[in-house]
Design a protein around this ligand. Structure first.
Ligand SMILES: Cc1cc2nc3c(=O)[nH]c(=O)nc-3n(C[C@H](O)[C@H](O)[C@H](O)COP(=O)(O)OP(=O)(O)OC[C@H]3O[C@@H](n4cnc5c(N)ncnc54)[C@H](O)[C@@H]3O)c2cc1C
Length: 377
């Protein structure tokens, strides 16, 4: 069988769609395969916060680069992507978190990101429904939010406008290390390179991919326009999101363009069921009510769970796999896959066509899996 495609992308979540967009725009012939619809897994369950995060210099480099790409794309995005540059407001509840604000502002500014310290008075002017006990905050004004499944559909439509082919409802049973995929019906398709962007499904297709699902709950309310103005996160999130040994919840709310409010979030390993964990959900809502007491009086439309594709060192896997130079990875983005999808797509396309990437790629290389002997805690 002759090679028809330059790249076959397995997975039409936002990461696969962003890679398809960038690869096809770079002139590559691309086929995207997904067993379900576009954005039907992690992407459809996510919150859509385009956030710059400074847990590590590598994370800051990737999220900052990615946000720049989103801001460049913003004016082309159709209304149904619901892109809003509402900013991130990190909320400090105690003196320790207020100290963290002072440290973080210079980290963001030295990376070239706008960042502003808010005293208690300004914080409450910005967000009048916050608990008056909150002490201050850090505003990152260029961060944004969007509606992830529609963003994925937009990116794949852009890819198709450059000639990419999309096939949904097509399961990939196997990825061959010589550049082929075997489909559920037993047929196979070949390409110069296979990109495994199957999210939590990636390890089933490529050996030694250290990704495992990290469950999260979200709640969406009825419409309360203006109740929340920024994406708000407690600074305590920095402690809880890192906890790999225990379930955690954090105050994390988002104003949707519809006027609805998304309320999150929880993090849980070891529970791969689709069922709602009512104990954890109660803790999550209690945390939200602690930060915004009136949230308890709002009506809820829906509650759901999703799974983040998590790596042990909290960095995604982007580039050639350890299996073969014809099998590449773009997965493991955990809770930042919407935010960093555009950067991932750009880095993948840069590497394939031989362009110089704008940021160093080594920190995200799957090669580190052996180099650093990465294991899940
Ligand atoms: C509660 C929650 C909140 C979140 N909030 C945010 C946020 O605010 N900001 C942010 O940046 N990120 C957030 N995330 C994380 C984000 O949703 C993910 O990192 C991102 O969606 C991962 O995208 P992906 O394309 O890698 O995976 P997915 O969206 O899961 O896409 C993978 C695709 O591969 C397909 N697939 C798998 N196996 C096969 C196979 N064998 N054959 C064919 N197709 C296959 C699946 O059907 C799926 O469509 C959140 C996640 C959760 C759960």
């Amino acid at each position: 069988m002759s090679t028809t495609y330059d790249v076959i992308i397995v997975g039409a979540g936002i990461v696969g769609c962003a890679c398809a967009h960038q690869c096809s725009q770079a002139g590559l012939k691309v086929l995207i395969l997904d067993q379900g619809p576009v954005g039907g897994q992690s992407t459809g369950a996510g919150m859509g916060h385009i956030v710059t995060m400074d847990d590590s210099p590598d994370q800051l480099a990737l999220t900052h680069y990615a946000r720049r790409l989103w801001l460049e794309l913003a004016e082309d995005l159709p209304a149904h992507v619901e892109f809003q540059r509402c900013g991130t407001l990190w909320v400090a509840a105690d003196a320790e978190e207020l100290d963290a604000v002072k440290r973080k502002v210079s980290v963001y500014q030295s990376a070239g990101s706008k960042a502003q310290v808010l005293d208690a008075r300004t914080l409450h002017e910005e967000e009048p429904h916050l608990n008056p006990a909150m002490l201050g905050g850090l505003l990152i004004p260029e961060d944004a939010v969007l509606y992830p499944p529609n963003a994925a559909r937009y990116l794949v439509d852009r890819a198709r406008s450059f000639g990419a082919e999309l096939r949904t409802g097509v399961a990939v049973r196997q990825i061959g290390d010589k550049g082929s995929v075997t489909l559920g019906d037993g047929s196979s398709v070949e390409a110069g390179l296979i990109l495994n962007a199957a999210g939590c499904g990636a390890p089933a297709l490529t050996p030694h991919v250290p990704v495992r699902p990290r469950k999260g709950h979200l709640v969406v309310t009825h419409r309360y326009p203006g109740f929340v103005r920024h994406q708000m996160i407690e600074l305590g999130y920095l402690k809880s999101a890192h906890s790999v040994s225990s379930d955690s919840v954090a105050f994390n709310v988002q104003p949707r363009a519809t006027g609805q409010i998304l309320i999150g979030s929880s993090r849980q390993y070891g529970d791969d069921s689709q069922t709602i964990h009512h104990g954890l959900l109660s803790r999550m809502m209690a945390q939200a009510c602690h930060y915004m007491p009136e949230i308890g009086a709002l009506s809820v439309t829906r509650t759901w769970v999703g799974f983040r594709p998590a790596t042990p060192d909290k960095r995604p896997l982007i580039g050639p796999s350890l299996v073969s130079d014809k099998v590449w990875l773009a997965t493991g983005h955990e809770g930042l896959g919407i935010a960093t999808s555009l950067a991932t797509g750009r880095l993948v396309a840069d590497m394939i066509v031989g362009r110089t990437p704008e940021i160093p790629i080594a920190p995200y290389s799957p090669a580190r899996v052996t180099q650093e002997n990465v294991v899940h805690e």
